[in-house]
Design a protein around this ligand. Structure first.
Ligand code: 5AD
Ligand code: SF4
Length: 446
């Protein structure tokens, strides 16, 4: 039997799919390699969201395939969004590649590995209008935190985004399946689950493409999203629930009530804003205005004062003027984000905005990016400073990477805390700690 390693780019959805594929390889008798260099089988799970993410994966695949000269039996495979997007083209760019497996079919990876070990190549893509299979199987170790995919695909069709083209039509998993999966996780000692979906608050909305082929039974009932959160919270052993990513349309009174009343629901929301200019938002086809977005988070903060809100922003979208950019800056200040991921616009083949001129120069995108990052650093530091002296509940993760004598963990609001481990502590324990020092990205105890 052979050893395997995964190299995963992109979002948590990909992390989850790599894990499901790893579970299938373990079941087939392979073992996880101690490191990538020694692995007999290497699988790159790829992201197509920006050109740079694809370039990195292509570079990585090139290097990996070059190692086949010294190690002819080595298997190098590709899965995920880039495989789905490029299809057979990928074999022209990377001729020594053993397989390319698209999205929503992590279960095809193990058979492709077997074929590769026998010298055959595999290309497997998903029909993006078919009802997909959710990634199945978890690798149980002493992990206390797990991802659970509840919504596959995306119907939103923002003009810049490739996700609908690589992950297909939106489909909610039956609630029964989600609950069964979380129960099994809890039985294996998992305490924290993060529910995943590209536009997760659409969970449980009827998906026209599947209505006819997916009668409520035996296909399975869904629930409105807040009801699903409650059902997951009712599972014994689960202590914390997170979910990602949000959209302002899903910030309903129902959801806000849950944040107040359901102690297991973590006080963190990732709510990508993308731009602070209503004009740009409309060309992005985001479905909200600047005011509507700010209103949603004001409601949240009024009801749940300690909630942390994080976001994604794109700078340099086609036609983004200096005034549009300033609007993003002022929105970020008004929203008081706890963290923000800033991306330089990257035209993606086949998207609507890729037909518009990419008229903001790279240097200007970089300048806008730097300004927002600088603002966010100052803001993050100030907001974390306000937590000094407060006592927070932290889910202990284990020894910190930099200093093994200290441990790291996360607050409900998803902030990292570095602390001295109390006697007898184990990963997954909840501990109460008083914050004594703050940096822009991290909190510390004495
Ligand atoms: N260019 C730059 N950033 C993008 N994102 C999505 N598509 C693009 C693109 N074409 C960003 C968005 C999204 C995050 C996952 O990636 O901010 O929220
Ligand atoms: Fe990247 Fe989007 Fe695919 Fe996730 S879904 S891997 S972010 S392209």
């Amino acid at each position: 039997m052979s050893t395997f390693a995964f190299h995963t780019y992109g979002c948590q959805m990909n992390v989850r799919e790599s894990e499901a594929a790893a579970k299938a390889l373990l079941d087939a008798g392979h073992t996880e390699a101690p490191d990538e260099a020694s692995a007999d089988i290497i699988i790159v799970n790829s992201c197509s969201v920006r050109g740079k993410a694809e370039d990195k994966a292509l570079g990585k695949l090139g290097l990996l395939c070059a190692t086949k000269r010294e190690r002819p039996g080595r298997v190098v495979g590709l899965m995920g969004c880039m495989a789905q997007r490029m299809g057979k083209e990928i074999f022209k760019k990377i001729p020594l590649l053993d397989f390319a497996i698209g999205t929503r079919c992590a279960d095809r990876v193990a058979p492709a590995v077997e074929a590769a070990l026998q010298g055959r190549t595999t290309l497997a893509l998903t029909d993006l209008h078919e009802r997909p299979d959710a990634p199945s199987g978890h690798v149980y170790g002493d992990g206390f935190s797990a991802f659970v995919t509840i919504l596959l695909g995306c119907n939103r069709r923002c003009t810049y985004c490739i996700v609908p083209d690589v992950r297909g039509d939106e489909w909610s998993r039956p609630a029964r399946d989600v609950i069964a999966e979380v129960r099994e996780l809890a039985a294996h000692g998992v305490k924290e689950v993060t529910l995943l979906g590209q536009s997760i608050m659409n969970y449980g909305l009827r998906t026209p493409a599947f209505d006819e082929q997916d009668p409520p039974s035996p296909g399975g009932y869904t629930l409105p999203f807040p009801r699903l959160l409650e059902a997951v919270a009712a599972i014994d052993g689960i202590e914390r629930i997170r979910f990602t990513s949000g959209h302002p349309s899903g910030v309903t009174d129902e959801l806000i009530r849950l944040y107040r009343e359901e102690p297991k629901l973590c006080h963190h929301l990732h709510l990508p804003v993308q731009s602070g200019s209503t004009e740009v938002l409309s060309r992005m086809r985001r479905g909200y205005t600047r005011e509507r977005y700010l209103e949603a988070i004001q409601k949240l903060r009024d009801a749940v004062p300690d909630i942390a809100i994080t976001t994604d922003v794109i700078v340099g979208f086609p036609g983004e003027t200096e005034a549009d950019f300033e609007a993003t800056r002022t929105l970020m200040a008004a929203a008081k984000f706890d963290n923000a991921f800033i991306f330089k616009y990257s035209p993606r083949p086949g998207t609507v905005s890729a037909t518009w001129e990419d008229d903001i120069s790279d240097a200007e995108k970089a300048r806008r990016n730097q300004i927002l990052l600088g603002d966010q650093d100052v803001r993050g530091a100030q907001q974390n400073q306000a937590l000094v002296g407060q006592t927070v509940e932290v889910l202990a993760e284990g020894p910190s990477l930099r200093n093994k004598a200290r441990w790291s963990g996360r607050t409900s609001s998803n902030k990292i805390v570095i602390f001295t481990p109390p006697e007898g502590i184990r990963p997954g324990d909840l501990v109460k700690l008083t914050i004594t020092k703050a940096a822009p990205q991290t909190l510390y105890t004495e």
